[in-house]
Design a protein. Structure first.
Lengths: 113, 113
């Protein structure tokens, strides 16, 4: 099993500050990279799915970039708000798209008022 | 649309008992998958299906069976429950493959004593 690593494991950020965290994945046989937001007592919700090297996606104050050649993706949150507190998961898909996703363990983000 | 539904929400089993976790989706998604979530381990793929009649094993398939007789339903069967199968189980679906965002069900919390 090839690993997907996320760092940091947890992060405390002051409200209003911007932050970012990393997802590292195997660069070979890449198919897709997913980001999910997971709030306590809820189910993961999709933020982005990226498939092309150099992809950049944005949703409100959250954005993500993808480098498939070196095997990493960054998630950025601009002007953090308390409602951004959640665990952020990335997941790597390989092969031709008919295989499963491998998830990282997540970055637990806490926004302090 | 109800999205992805899972039943039951909670279940307690004795070691050796069998049971089926139900998962259904009403979005006409081809791709469905089952994950388990354990503390410190992240989401791990148990089994997945790319369409009716087609299933495959994920990272942790031992002790579980699946079938996909219809597009809508993807039940997960525990053959002989063991304490190591105590976990939260999530079902997810996506349009065609893992190149599309996954929609997660609310989860089933299973305890095996």
């Amino acid at each position: 099993i090839l690993n997907v690593e996320q760092s940091p494991q947890s992060l405390h950020v002051q409200e209003g500050d911007s932050t970012n965290f990393t997802c590292s994945f195997p660069s070979s046989n890449f198919y897709a990279l997913h980001w999910y937001r997971w709030e306590t007592a809820k189910s993961p919700e999709a933020l982005f799915v990226m498939t092309l090297n150099g992809d950049e996606k944005k949703k409100g104050r959250i954005s993500a970039t993808l480098n498939t050649k070196e095997g990493y993706s960054y998630l950025y949150i601009k002007g953090s708000q308390p409602e951004d507190s959640a665990t952020y998961l990335c997941a790597w898909g390989s092969g031709g798209g008919a295989d499963g996703l491998t998830f990282g363990k997540g970055t637990h983000l806490i926004i302090q008022p | 649309n109800a999205g992805v539904t899972q039943t039951p929400k909670f279940q307690v089993l004795k070691t050796g008992q069998s049971m089926t976790l139900q998962c259904a989706q009403d979005m006409n998604h081809e791709y469905m998958s089952w994950y388990r979530q354990d503390p410190g381990m992240g989401l791990r793929l148990i089994h997945y299906s790319v369409g009716a009649g087609i299933t495959d094993q994920g990272e942790v398939p031992n002790g579980y069976n699946v079938s996909r007789s219809t597009t809508e339903d993807f039940p997960l069967r525990l053959l002989s429950a063991a304490p190591s199968q105590t976990s939260v189980y999530f079902c997810a679906s996506s349009y065609l493959s893992m190149g599309y965002e996954q929609y997660f069900g609310p989860g089933t919390r299973l305890t095996v004593t």
